[in-house]
Design a protein around this ligand. Structure first.
Ligand code: 9D3
Length: 236
């Protein structure tokens, strides 16, 4: 898949996307990632990308011209243009799967107080937020989405990890896990895990996963009022 990113801060992307699994996906050609400086589509000496809002108010807006020009040059048949903004629908694993199935993603990182509404109305296909907290711009959210989407691309993870992956968002949280040594400074691994009784281990893990989900994320417990409310909230 190809992901083009339009941002005022392309240098922010160096580092997170140059390591580990994303690095390997790029090296193997499974992900073609291209970073673009939005200012490259301006025509004035100062490379102006922002302006003051009509009607007054605090802060600046991203002006439409460079965005329309940039998108015209980058978008193609089958592209999805996604604006990252605090006003978007909340990104989740279902949306990650949906995006991973696309041939071309074009991510537009919001900056300043937001974008001229005509970008939203006439250009953007989808608008996403990564959660209810205020960041300085859309670059980190774009990286979060790239990360979540890339690991779902065919061939990026080993078979082990990808089978395991199905679980998130409709299953339980992870149960407690341990590795060697069995006794670390007096902190012992639960006896059941070293018992060799695989049926009992499976029961223990299921119970622990359910308990942890109930305590920490009641909104994920299937069939509860909290889950129905959370699903309603996610899907409206
Ligand atoms: C209404 C005033 N602010 C909205 C909360 C204005 C504003 C604050 C911060 C506008 C933009 C930003 C920068 N944030 C993003 O562009 C952003 C974001 C975020 O802040 N949180 C979670 N997801 C995202 S996606 C893009």
């Amino acid at each position: 898949m190809t992901i083009d990113v339009l941002t005022l801060f392309p240098a922010m992307f160096a580092g997170p996307l140059d390591e580990s699994i994303i690095r390997r996906a790029r090296d193997q050609g499974l992900l073609e990632l291209r970073l673009h400086q939005l200012r490259d589509w301006t025509h004035d000496r100062h490379k102006t990308v922002d302006d003051r809002p009509f009607g007054g108010g605090p802060g600046m807006l991203m002006k439409p011209e460079p965005i329309f020009e940039a998108v015209a040059s980058l978008r193609r048949e089958g592209s999805r243009l996604v604006l990252l903004s605090p006003a978007g629908r909340r990104f989740d694993q279902t949306i990650a799967r949906e995006l991973a199935a696309l041939p071309h993603l074009l991510l537009l990182c919001g900056s300043y107080e937001g974008v001229d509404e005509r970008v939203r109305e006439f250009l953007v296909d989808d608008e996403l937020s990564i959660g209810d907290y205020v960041l300085t711009n859309g670059a980190l959210p774009a990286m979060v989405i790239i990360d979540a989407v890339t690991r779902l691309l065919p061939g990026v993870l080993g078979d082990d990890a990808s089978a395991h992956d199905e679980s998130f968002s409709q299953e339980w949280l992870e149960y407690p896990q341990y590795t060697r040594p069995t006794d670390f400074r007096g902190m012992r691994v639960p006896e059941v895990l070293v018992s060799g009784n695989h049926a009992e281990i499976a029961r223990w893990r299921a119970a622990q996963g359910r308990l942890r989900t109930q305590q920490r994320r009641p909104d994920l417990v299937p069939g509860t009022a909290a889950e129905s409310a959370a699903v309603r909230k996610r899907t409206t």
